[in-house]
Design a binder for this molecule. Structure first.
Ligand code: NAI
Ligand code: SOE
Length: 390
């Protein structure tokens, strides 16, 4: 069986999720498209790199990501660093002829994302952005219903991504609250996941009318390191400015004529990873809530008058990716499974010489939507999303 050598850059939360996916890929999908070999892991320092490599099963470690990109033995570069490093690493990786899996958001701005898209455009390099939630079987099932015409022409998309880990004003000023590193706040961090699903399920977004709000203007300083995702390290020290949004709300107009809305915040007490969408069509509706991710709620115009309302479909072996996952519906899809499926699709594309979605072209278009949301919030009016040719 073919092997592909992986160089992973960044050994935090996503380093863990991707490493788990590489180890688990052949256990779920067999025969595997290829066996991922966890070859080398780069981190910010030699010590963190060695520790992460030992934990995540990599053969070698380094504190210099350029060594990984330049290593002729490496086939795949996996970018799992904070956002400000995505572009530089991806452009270098493309120049070195590597396939690239890059964490979301692709970049801090549309301009930065364009450079990444152009670096892979016209090459045979498989490039993927790790918007993994669309790989939840119930989300892929929603797309199947839509493609089959089960809910007719789409009229409306309502998406939310609500968390509460940053609601504590003493949660540290990690990289996610710094524009220079993250690009934006809730918008880029979690709003882009919803934009990805909106595009996946409904289509391209033509224009937006948006509000961005910042509720906690300063937070305790944090010295480098992985994001503790809200775990307070004490509130006595000096504080620094938060220069990103805590909440994004936007109306959407899709190029196909549907309308929609998106709300995302990390300050919603009681909400943890509350990713939802409700889609209304001329013939029915679909509702999904990631906190109940084995389930898809569906309702159809053709349901009898005495059967009106949503009913639950539990995902399992008959649904997208089901054959590789668990043998009985509703056994429990987890976050890890979405990353295993993502790795499966990525490695399949490499072996079959095809492309995968969402790729850097999609990541670029999503970054342009995020830019339009920022511009609209500043102007207080509708802003068109620039169109990009293929
Ligand atoms: P994290 O803060 O947990 O880990 C980032 C790691 O990158 C840290 O360990 C840090 O030391 C390391 N790093 C910093 N500079 C480096 C350098 N020069 N070379 C090598 N490593 C370096 O962050 P997390 O949560 O893992 O996020 C990483 C990326 O993944 C971000 O782009 C984020 O938006 C994305 N993400 C995506 C998720 C998804 O659901 N698809 C979930 C969480 C994060
Ligand atoms: C924090 O909001 C975070 O880790 C995001 O960065 C991820 O993209 C999301 O999947 C989970 O929450």
């Amino acid at each position: 069986m073919r092997t592909l050598n992986v160089g992973l850059i960044g050994g935090g939360f996503m380093g863990k999720a991707h490493s788990l996916a590489y180890a688990a890929l052949p256990m779920f999908f067999w025969p595997a498209p290829a066996l991922p070999v966890r070859k080398i892991l780069a981190e910010a320092t030699d010590e963190i790199a060695a520790d992460a490599a030992a934990r995540f099963g990599f053969e070698k470690s380094t504190s210099d990501w350029r060594r990984v990109v330049e290593d002729p033995d490496i086939d795949v570069i996996d970018i799992a660093t904070p956002n400000h490093l995505h572009a530089e690493i991806a452009v270098a990786a493309a120049a070195a002829g590597k396939h690239i899996l890059c964490e979301k958001p692709l970049a801090r701005t549309g301009e930065e994302a364009r450079g990444m898209y152009e670096a892979v455009r016209g090459t045979d390099l498989v490039n993927m952005v790790a918007f993994n939630y669309r790989r939840t079987p119930a989300v892929a099932l929603a797309r199947k219903y839509i493609e089959e015409g089960a809910i007719g022409r789409i009229l409306n998309f309502r998406g939310t991504y609500l968390q509460d880990w940053s609601a504590d004003p003493n949660a540290p000023l990690s990289w996610r609250f710094q524009k220079a590193i993250a690009g934006s706040g809730a918008l880029g961090d979690i709003g882009t996941h919803v934009i990805d699903m909106a595009r996946y399920l409904v289509g391209d977004i033509a224009s937006v009318n948006s509000i961005l709000s910042t509720y906690i203007p300063e937070r305790p300083l944090q010295e480098g390191g992985a994001d503790s995702l809200g775990v307070s390290r004490g509130s006595d020290g000096p504080r620094g400015e938060v220069d990103v949004d805590d909440e994004v709300m936007t109306m959407l107009r899709f190029t196909g004529g549907a309308v929609g809305s998106l709300e995302a915040t990390r300050n919603a007490h009681g909400r943890n990873n509350f990713i939802t969408f409700e889609i209304h069509g001329t013939e029915g509706s679909i509702y999904f809530n990631y906190e109940r991710r084995d389930e898809l709620q569906v309702a159809f115009n053709s349901d009898g008058a005495d059967r009106r309302g949503f009913r639950t479909v539990y995902t399992g072996p008959s649904h997208p990716y089901g054959e590789g996952l668990w043998p009985i519906p509703a056994l429990g899809i987890g976050y890890g499974e979405t990353k295993i499926v993502e790795a499966y699709d990525f490695f399949t594309a490499i072996v079959e010489g095809t492309q995968v979605s969402p790729n850097f072209a999609d990541g670029y278009r999503i970054a342009l939507v995020a830019d339009a949301i920022t511009e609209s919030a500043g102007k207080g009016s509708w802003v068109d999303v620039p169109t990009v040719g293929d």
